[in-house]
Design a protein around this ligand. Structure first.
Ligand code: AMP
Length: 485
């Protein structure tokens, strides 16, 4: 019989699958293999959202869309891909940061309206979506889902502008918060970023297969690498790019405001092989680790990352400190949300399902345990215990960003403030909770330095409580946080 207290502490109600927050978007114009390339692009962006995925394509006559719950590779079978013909496509992979977790909220959203058939998908969180939705509903709009993306479609449909680009421009000027969006019409693709540029959106080119040029857009450049596209640069904050029969047009649709690119993309979200906001993620992460070693040195025998999130920072920490890097925690990559507990009697796996220590690397050692962040502290505590139970003599936890004190309202899946351990505990109290010998976080100055933020172009709100936009409907946003996780 399992002890109830233990089963609460070690139960599977844990963030076991860490890589399911946020969203990834992809778009392509002018390639005969558009659907296959979108599938591959989404496959490379799978880490940005693992709950649902969808592709909408156009063969210049009709837009077709398929979306489903699950992983990209399971959803898009060869038959399914063959049923989506076209030279233009957009795709989306999603973890819900707004809206409930149901298929109805999966993207792209596709509708037929007075602007023709359109499909849209976006990454980010529109902070005035609730208010806009209430206004639209008062005026007769009917919503099918609870996702904020649908609001964009309604605004486009209601716009008096005659062109689609004009209607989208008008819609976007009413939105607040974060959005990197991709839109498909029968004969064009339009993409845009919010004026602060919270979420990334890269811009690339590749041969079309028929001697011309195809244009591609993706949340991260790792999607371009897989399909052999060249990274040209980023869609700029406040910029809209349209590609259609008349070629490519870039337009600034909103007045210039200070930029607020999400620093957490570099700390945790993005893949290290991506270039995000024009900067190599791996380089940022190694810098984080190096600076962490300079700020918070400790005498130790091994530097051990929490895989995969702590690996790049641990490499930097080891290089700077001269302490050997050892992969003493091994991750099982096949742990999914669908894991079925075999029986109550043996259900107390907790974090052991996902990580297993390499005992002989830890026995008798003074260990520097490096991870990117602490959210609630519960997983970190189990990992510290695991390392100690495997024989470590000392466990020194080093975190490659400052304490996470406030929730994100721009598309990162953080819990409410009260659940963030650093919002109401000192570093020493957190150390005690983790049962670590020492604990240190990176300073905000070092974080700025690591991402080369010389013009103040990043958002650090989760570390500073200093939100770059007016959060007029804060209570609503906080309530929505409570409904997630
Ligand atoms: P915990 O100790 O329970 O706070 O979990 C810490 C772990 O959560 C670290 O390994 C982080 O990489 C990971 N993490 C950080 N931010 C997020 C997020 N938004 N969603 C899921 N996992 C995250």
């Amino acid at each position: 019989m399992s002890d109830p207290a233990r089963s609460i502490d070690l139960s599977l109600d844990l963030p076991l699958d860490k890589f399911h927050e946020e969203c990834g978007v992809f778009a392509i114009y002018g390639h005969s293999e558009a659907t296959n390339l979108t599938y591959l692009g989404l496959y490379a962006l799978q880490h940005r959202g693992q709950e649902s995925a969808g592709i909408a394509t156009s063969d210049s006559r009709e837009i077709r869309c398929f979306k489903s719950m699950g992983h990209v590779a399971d959803i898009f079978t060869p038959e399914r891909i063959a049923s989506l013909p076209g030279d233009l496509a957009i795709g989306h992979t999603r973890y819900s940061t707004a809206g409930d977790t149901v298929l109805m909220n999966a993207q792209p959203f596709s509708v037929a309206c007075n602007k023709g058939q359109i499909a849209v998908a976006h990454n980010g969180n529109i902070t005035n979506a609730g208010e806009l939705r209430r206004e639209l509903e008062r005026e007769g709009s009917i919503f099918q889902a609870s996702s904020d993306t649908e609001v964009i479609l309604h605004l486009i449909a209601r716009s008096r502008e005659r062109t689609l680009a004009g209607a989208l421009r008008e819609a976007m000027l009413q939105l607040e918060g974060a959005f990197s969006l991709v839109l498909l019409a029968r004969d064009c693709v339009i993409v845009a970023r919010d004026p602060r540029g919270f979420r990334p959106l890269a811009f690339g080119r590749m041969p079309s297969g028929e001697g011309g040029t195809a244009y591609v857009f993706a949340s991260e450049t790792c999607a371009f690498d897989l399909i052999n596209a060249d990274y040209v640069g980023d869609v700029q904050p406040g910029e809209m790019v349209s590609v259609g029969p008349d070629g490519l047009q870039r337009e600034r649709y909103a007045p210039e405001v200070p930029h607020a690119q999400c620093v957490f993309e570099h700390v945790y979200f993005s893949r290290p092989d991506s270039i995000v906001f024009g900067r190599a993620v791996q380089e940022s992460r190694e810098n984080l680790g190096r600076l962490l070693a300079r700020e918070s040195a400790v005498e130790a025998d091994v530097v051990v990352p929490v895989p995969d999130s702590g690996v790049a920072a641990a490499i930097g920490y080891a290089a700077e400190s001269g302490i050997p890097f050892r992969q003493a925690l091994i991750r099982n990559h096949y742990v999914g949300r669908t894991f079925i507990e075999p029986s109550q009697a043996i259900r107390d796996f907790g974090v052991k399902l996902k990580l297993n220590p390499v005992r002989h690397l830890l026995e008798g050692k003074r260990v520097v345990l490096v991870d990117d962040s602490i959210v609630r502290g519960t997983t970190s505590r189990k990992i510290v215990r695991m390392v100690r139970n495997a024989g470590a003599r000392e466990v020194h936890v080093r975190i490659s960003c400052p304490p996470t004190v406030s929730p994100c309202f721009y598309g990162v899946d953080t819990p409410r403030e009260a659940e963030l351990i650093a919002s109401n505990h000192s570093v020493e109290q957190i150390r005690e909770f983790l049962e670590a010998d020492s604990l240190a976080y990176l300073s905000i100055e070092a974080l700025r330095h690591a991402v080369a933020d010389d013009r103040g172009q990043y958002c650090y709100a989760c570390y500073t409580r200093d939100y770059p936009t007016d959060l007029v409907h804060l209570e609503e946003l906080v309530a929505a946080k409570g409904r997630r996780r």
